[in-house]
Ligand binder design. Structure first.
Ligand SMILES: Cc1ncc(COP(=O)(O)O)c(C=O)c1O
Length: 399
């Protein structure tokens, strides 16, 4: 028998791992409420026909080949124009690299920058992929605190303290997964200034840029002037195309400090041939005609966010910051009040087994996620009503 590498054994992804427990629970006939996975497509949000048609057309028109490893030129051009139009940032098409989702972009960047325990500063709580890939490539993910008492805004003193000569980059994720909250513009500026002071790169995960409720997304590249920044985005969430696996990264690098990184990331991209060609040609059509589906989704989500937040606030022993972006709530559970559970994982699994509500335990999002759990607010309000009635009932029977 071959030995399995330790780096693969060490991978942990709570969002999917809880789904395995849910499948076991479902075997007993219990109805499962899947509030664990951030995929709008499995609810009542559907990609418009003209986009599905564009995907089919790409295939019928014979575009089923390995496309340029860096991305179809038309798509790179379209992304460059759309960045200019949406956020007034100047990125040439050669500064865009098309990837198989933001997931692959994160993989490329971390693989290219980390080794020998070099460090990546990531938000805490954190999207688990950053932690996994940093460790996988023998780097160290270092979490800087997002301060729950200050609307989950980054704690800049904590961030500053954690910079040292091993630090390579600072990752920003706003709107954030798992908190659902956007960083304030002031904090984004401060983080960029800090990166400038210490000669660090900013990675900006912008996958939720179009899913905001009260105020529009602040684009960090607009604030970064000469500080090199790599933006990560894609079609999964805003265009209801999670299964297409299509994303991109763009280099905002006015002083050309990232030339070496860019050349080496391109080598990695060539080694994997290309991202999906037909998805890329269909995405060209999306950028030409962005449609109204994203706005419609956000308006439905706002109602679901408001409903969920109002219900959560009324539950004793639970507190929650109101999310202003993405589609997650990240409530805190007072484990001193509910003595039944020793930690957030035990609580989340008991909740799932007893009520069928499948959330994700907060410690799956790193150290700062402890004592929390994450719920999406993607389902319809009538389903959310069942969820919150049941959650309320479950907790009231506990004390
Ligand atoms: C913050 C964040 N980044 C990246 C991703 C993955 O995006 P993609 O589907 O483009 O790989 C997700 C998915 O949930 C996410 O929440």
């Amino acid at each position: 028998m071959k030995m399995i590498s330790q780096r693969v054994k060490d991978i942990s992804y709570a969002i999917r791992e809880i789904a395995a427990v849910a499948s076991e629970v479902a075997k007993s006939g219990k109805k499962i409420y899947h509030l664990n996975i951030g995929d709008p497509v499995i609810y009542d949000f559907k990609m418009p026909n003209y986009i599905s048609q564009a995907l089919a057309d790409a295939s019928f028109n014979g575009k089923n080949y390995y496309v340029d490893s860096l991305g179809a030129p038309e798509l790179r051009e379209g992304i460059s124009k759309s960045l200019k139009k949406s956020y007034n940032i100047n990125v040439n098409s050669e500064d865009v690299l098309v990837t198989s989702g933001v997931t692959e972009a994160i993989f490329f960047l971390i693989a290219s920058l980390l080794e020998n325990k070099k460090e990546l500063l990531i938000p805490g709580p954190s999207y688990p992929l950053y932690i996994n890939y940093a460790k996988f490539f023998d780097g160290v993910p270092v979490e800087y605190e997002l301060d729950e008492t200050n609307n989950w805004d980054p704690n800049i003193d904590d961030l500053r303290k954690k910079i040292n000569d091993k630090t390579q980059a600072i990752l920003i994720c706003s709107p954030n997964n798992p908190t659902g909250v956007m960083y304030s513009e002031k904090m984004i500026k401060e983080i960029i200034d800090l990166a400038g002071e210490y000669n660090l790169i900013i990675f900006s995960d912008e996958i939720y840029d179009q899913i905001t409720y009260e105020k529009p997304f602040t684009c960090p590249a607009n604030l970064s002037k000469d500080v090199p920044l790599i933006g990560l985005n894609g079609f999964s969430k805003s265009h209801l195309a999670t299964g297409w696996r299509l994303g991109y990264m763009y280099y905002h690098d006015p002083e050309n400090k990232l030339a070496e990184l860019k050349a080496n990331v391109a080598k990695l991209a060539r080694a994997r041939l290309s991202a999906s060609s037909i998805a890329q040609y269909a995405a060209v059509e999306i950028l030409k005609n962005p449609g109204t589906h994203t706005k419609e989704m956000v308006s439905k989500l706002k109602e679901r966010r408001d409903y969920s937040y109002t219900r959560l606030r009324k539950i004793e022993g639970i507190t929650c910051v109101k999310p202003n972006g993405a589609f997650y709530l990240f409530p805190k559970i007072d484990l001193n009040e509910f003595k039944k559970w020793k930690d957030d994982k035990e609580f989340t699994i008991d909740l799932l087994k007893t009520t069928g509500i499948c959330g994700v335990y907060g410690s799956g999002f790193g150290e700062y996620g402890k004592n929390h759990f994450r719920l999406t607010f993607l389902p319809r309000v009538d389903i959310l009503k069942e969820v919150y009635n049941s959650l309320e009932d479950f907790l009231s029977k506990t004390n």
